[in-house]
Design a protein around this ligand. Structure first.
Ligand code: ZN
Ligand code: ZN
Length: 370
């Protein structure tokens, strides 16, 4: 059976061949994981573009600590064990006769680049280094079935963790943001997450007006907003969800802000379609908030891609570029933040499809009053 990683390498191979590259050196660890399945802390891939039989010219490099793991996780790529992984793979490219070698210019440091240039210029061998920019990240933006299944499970863990906490009465006045955050994290781990997707955000009362408030000893208080932004990592894939609740009785201003953000979020979700410009998706939600006079209180982009990283391509904002494609996993997360008072953000993770987007974070978006 062909592993999905082999198909991903072939797609990168095809793009590299079109760009006139003989080989590509992939050194970003998550990109290496995506293309090979390797999860260790040191690994790189040299991808040949000759075509031919699958894997021809490909070389996976790692150090001696990972020889066994590489054999299990990367059974279909020839292995090169060397402590200085990147130079060793570059040398192999030169020996193989490469004259144009692609590399990830957003990952390789200046020192590493100088080392590569020196090494590739030795003996008068002229190997040109050519940036592939974020070619692998662009491939990663469109998820395959296995990745979407991992994202579904990651979102399900987050949904279940919040439901359990709410059912147990753990979100009640007197408890601190830190306590709630730790319990949410522990619950996600107990439900099968490898780790939280990122530092869980628990923001009570006026803190909810701070988009990325870090939980502290602030106590949950009757009548306050409680904003929770969190996610679980399952098989390396991240989920991302924000819900804002009210403790006790919701005041009119709270309902007003909540309904506005909910309407904007629904508009953003409805705009998720194959071929839609990311700027248009952002505008669909933002226009609702601007029309209500709160434009300056929505201080960030509408959403982002999720996958092996919590924030990845595509960015959905007024400054973004490009269009959506089927299989992209994205968030839609508008917010309205009233400094000193409180704020609301509602965030879902969804999959763009040829039809309606598939909603992965299933927790209700009705204003939950606990
Ligand atoms: Zn989030
Ligand atoms: Zn997010």
């Amino acid at each position: 059976m062909t592993r999905p990683e082999a198909g991903r390498r072939d797609r990168l191979r095809a793009a590299a061949a079109v760009a006139g590259l003989d080989a590509v050196l992939v050194t970003d660890l998550l990109n290496v994981r995506y293309l090979t399945g390797f999860t260790g802390s040191n690994g790189a891939l040299l991808l040949g573009t000759d075509g031919g039989s699958a894997g021809s010219g490909d070389l996976f490099g790692t150090d001696g600590r990972y020889t066994t793991q590489a054999g299990t996780q990367v059974p279909d790529v020839e292995l090169l064990v060397d402590r200085a992984t990147m130079p060793a793979l570059a040398r192999a490219a030169r020996t193989g006769g490469a004259t144009r070698l692609g590399f990830e210019s957003h990952v390789v440091t200046v020192d590493e680049l100088r080392g590569l240039e020196r090494l590739l210029g030795e003996d008068g061998a002229a190997v040109e280094l050519v940036s592939i920019r974020r070619a692998v990240e662009a491939l990663r933006a469109v998820k395959d079935d296995g990745e979407i299944e991992a994202l579904r499970r990651a979102c399900a863990v987050a949904d279940a963790a919040l439901a359990e906490l709410a059912a147990e009465g753990a979100l009640r006045p007197g408890r601190t943001e830190l306590q709630v955050g730790r319990e949410l994290d522990a619950r996600m781990l107990a439900l099968g997450a490898e780790a939280p997707s990122f530092e869980t955000i628990v923001a009570a009362g006026a803190n909810s007006a701070i988009p990325h408030h870090r939980p502290d000893s602030t106590e949950l208080t009757e009548g306050d907003f409680l904003k929770l932004d969190f996610g679980a990592t399952v098989d390396g894939y991240h989920s991302d969800m924000t819900r804002t609740l009210v403790l006790g009785h919701a005041a009119d201003w709270q309902r007003e802000v909540y309904e506005l953000v909910a309407a904007a979020q629904a508009a953003g979700r409805a705009a998720l379609a194959v071929g839609a410009e990311v700027t248009a998706v952002d505008a669909a939600a933002r226009d609702v908030i601007v029309a209500a006079g709160h434009g300056e209180h929505f201080t960030h982009g509408l959403g982002h891609g999720v996958g092996l990283e919590i924030h990845e391509a595509p960015g959905i904002s007024a400054l973004g570029a490009g269009t959506l494609a089927a299989g992209m996993a994205v968030t839609v997360e508008p917010g309205v933040y009233l400094p000193g008072h409180g704020g609301v953000r509602i965030e879902d993770t969804l999959i763009v499809t040829d039809d309606e987007p598939e909603l992965l974070t299933l927790t209700s978006k009705e204003l939950l009053v606990l």
